[in-house]
Design a protein around this ligand. Sequence first.
Ligand code: F6R
Length: 261
Amino acid sequence: MEIVICPDAAAAGTLGAEAIVTLVKGKPDAVLGLATGSSPLAIYDELAARHDAGQVSFAQARGFTLDEYVGLPAEHPETYHNVIRRDFVNRVDFGADAVHGPDGLATDIPAFCASYEAAIAAAGGVDLQILGIGTDGHIGFNEPGSSLASRTRIKTLTRQTRVDNARFFDGDIDQVPTHCITQGLGTIMAARHVVLVASGTAKAEAVHQLAEGSVSALWPATILQHHPHVTVLLDEAAASRLQLGSYYRETYAAKPAWQGL
Ligand code: F6R
């Protein structure tokens, strides 16, 4: 796991975007794993700017989002289907139907989840998965207690996550759905490269656990310690609880340029 401590969230976003631009230039039909929420916004802003500047095209790329609320009407602005289109997909040149996400209105949820796993596999698997992290250590919506081998399924959101996400629902926790469909930890672990981005002090404990805690279902993101290629992009605040912060800084400063991310 590589930890990169950046001066601010914008710098972290630029690094994440560079990894995606490099991937898509070398493999135009790359499969991207897309996260929603605040954390990846700097990445998406940078990618949109580079697309506008003619530096990158997503015309052949494919995407799979991590998760979706269960039961929100299709036209609700906070469905992750709508959020990812607003924040990223509609700002670049993805083909029609190139970006898929869990169906929060599926009538047969287990059958839908199996079909979502099959669609990711049929696309050849995810080349680069963008992740945020919850204050409770979730990735996707794999809340504490999730099976470390889990696949796409329905989950109950913790109260903490619903409090955190109430900012997208007029500050009203009662408007935040109680359930979601999320890719599992096993699904995320199958991605070939994972880029996790976090900023702000609220994420500092989860980031410390992710990188330096014991692997445990109590902090689901710790499963990433078993992944061979994880890049963690942090601002100073999110890095503030890291025990080995100085080492990560020295390592990145001395990194040979040819290694890339
Ligand atoms: C979103 C997702 C979540 C978020 C996490 C952090 O698709 O899967 O794991 O990444 O809740 O959310 P933000 O970035 O809004 O702090």
